[in-house]
Design a protein. Sequence first.
Length: 403
Amino acid sequence: MHTLINADNTWALWAILTGFAALSIYLEQEYKWANRLTGCVLALLFMMILSNLKIIPTDAPTYDNVWGYVVPLAIPLLLFKADAKKIWKDSGRILAIYFISGIGTIVGAIIGFQLLKNHIPKLNVIAAMMTGTYTGGSVNFAAMADHFNVAKELAAAAVVADNLLMALYFFVLTTIPSIGFFKKTYKHPLMDELEKSTDPNSGKTQAATFWGAKEISLLDIATAVASSFIIVAVSTMIADYFNGFIHIGPESGLGLNLLVGLIGNKYLIITTFTMLLATFFSNFFGNINGSQEIGTFLIYIFFCVIGAPASISLIIHKSPLLLVFCLIIVLVNMIFSLGFGKLFKFDLEQIILASNANIGGPTTAAAMAIAKGWGALVIPVLLVGTLGYIVGNYYGIFVGNIL
């Protein structure tokens, strides 16, 4: 697709990504309407508008570099002050609502199949792919496409529908906490804590208060960035070693999939490695100023990338019914998450992040927790979301076979 800025115009795309990330942060801190909407949604919307106006491409090597380098570097920076005891306490709650939310994905895929099977060819294999990606992530989508021998054209159309809907659903999830009905119906301790820390008479937004100026030195910046690079490099080497040493596939046994899924997943190793360092060397890592700020800016660049592939014109040309099918899955997932979350008295923050971890994966869920200021849930949702990479294949194969 021809765009004003070509996919190989690396400097222009980096300028747009960093520029709109900075603009989103500015608006979030300066204007209350933007603070309610949140900077992450603004960044996503800006890029959606640019891509749908054909100013920027929906796919480019620059976007791949953000996924491959920026996101991994952001994770350690944001976890240097991790409290291990609190993390494990909160992880159990999110894990429970995450599995409930995942059942909603399966039920949604079956309902969508029954409603649209006469209108969309090969919907059973599409259902398998979408169940996999809406439980784990794109790695599960690819695994299901390979397992069921899905044609490239069909897989490409499903990817477009997935990207657009994920961007729209991210907007919905980010908006829910500011809606009165949900604030009255569910407990939200982290939101309450943030509101208490914000003086309503100061004229400042919550974002401006939370991200107020702090003392930071050149040594802080150097230590934070260097430590993050070292952690990611070591974690990647460990993951590559185990992935090359042990071959797995959808047909492998549960034990082998679980083992390699844990020790061969780069994001899980980065998270665990950083958490151990932050726990046992808390005096060092806990006193590195500026790591949260640098990491959060990198995450806002990631938000911009999420919005870029959401092309409305592409989905209209390829298959609008695929978008309807994905919408059914996501709606049922949301109903299960909110319904059972209320029944079992989960916090609103936990419910939203669990649903996000299913639909978008651990990186989008952690990014949302960071943007919302729910720091206590960043590591739990990363760990839980990473588990989805393991169970996503099983859910996808189960759905594909029974349909």
